[in-house]
Design a protein around this ligand. Structure first.
Ligand code: PD2
Ligand code: ZN
Length: 287
């Protein structure tokens, strides 16, 4: 489509409004318009003008107060670039970020621990499910094409040792953590961008929160180094964490809100397999 013939029709305006009302991110709408041949400047102006007009039509809307911020797990590094834990394990701080709060750890798990965790998990892997927002149950979801399993908290000496290390590293009580989840991604498998907190607007959330309250932090530990792909991505800030055996990425969210910028995903694995163990931390006791 040549820029000279790019007329913003009523149909296009209606489409832009429909995308916004369906919750599509502006970047994705812009990308779709560019793919269909719209010049970026024309597309941006059309989006801005159309959405401004729509807001004017809707008139003033009540301001919904943000949920209050709650305490979150936080590693006690005090500026150090290495932490010595009480089990003798040394963990390196490779990267940190303020918003979203992200910390990348080096050497959180040894090679032997990664191997042992994969071996314990392998016979129990089944196609991953995600939370069904309406019922609070779980369902198979095309956005998550991995296989997974959950360990019970403390179910084996190796699990106990890893959980104790995480509790010390993140200054968060062991009983505020869910059981470890192991995921295996095969080539082509991915986990599309999502938030790990439970959306307060969804009908199923109230029942989920009865057990341990909200999630306030996530630790994704890499159990192997895939041959290709599989980064953990934070699309709001353009951060990509490379999956490297023994390393881990931690992020926290002090309210169940997109302003925490913790939208994140697992990029498609392009070669080999990717194995991770995820620990989710809750506000309260997860019994
Ligand atoms: O495997 C990952 O990189 C990944 C990405 C997004 C894991 C999770 N989320 C998760 O377990 O919540
Ligand atoms: Zn996640």
């Amino acid at each position: 489509m040549s820029t000279a013939t790019q007329i913003v029709t009523d149909d296009l305006r209606r489409w832009i409004v429909a995308q916004a009302e369906a919750g599509c991110r502006p970047d994705d709408v812009l990308a779709a318009m560019k793919t269909s041949g719209w010049d970026e400047d024309v597309a941006l102006e059309a989006m801005e003008e159309t959405l401004r007009q729509r807001l004017d039509e809707l008139g003033p809307r009540p301001v919904v107060p943000l949920l209050p911020a709650v305490p979150v797990p936080e590693p006690a590094a005090g500026g150090a670039c290495e932490l010595l834990l009480s089990d003798g394990h040394r963990v390196r701080l490779l990267t940190t970020m303020g918003l979203p709060r992200v910390v990348v750890f080096g050497g959180l798990l040894s090679d032997a621990e990664c191997e042992a965790l994969m071996a314990l998990a392998a016979p129990r892997l089944v196609r991953s499910e995600t939370v069904d927002n309406d019922t609070g149950g779980s369902e198979v979801n095309a956005a998550r094409t991995s296989d997974g399993m959950f360990f019970e908290r403390g179910e084996a000496p190796l699990i106990q040792a890893i959980e104790a290390r995480i509790a010390e590293l993140l200054h968060w009580p062991l009983d505020h953590g869910e059981g470890l989840q192991v995921l295996r991604y095969r080539p082509g498998a991915e986990y599309k961008p999502h938030h790990d907190y439970f959306d307060p607007a969804h009908a199923g959330t109230a029942s989920i929160l009865k057990r341990g309250g909200q999630r306030v932090g996530t630790l994704v530990m890499y159990l192997n180094t895939p041959e290709g792909g599989g980064a953990t991505t934070f699309p709001d800030v353009g951060l990509e964490v490379a999956p490297v055996r023994g390393n881990a990425v931690f992020f926290s969210y002090d309210r169940a809100h997109a302003s925490t910028k913790t939208l994140h995903g697992g990029a498609p694995v392009t070669a080999g397999e990717k194995w991770v163990a995820t620990k989710w931390l809750r506000e309260g006791v997860f019994a």
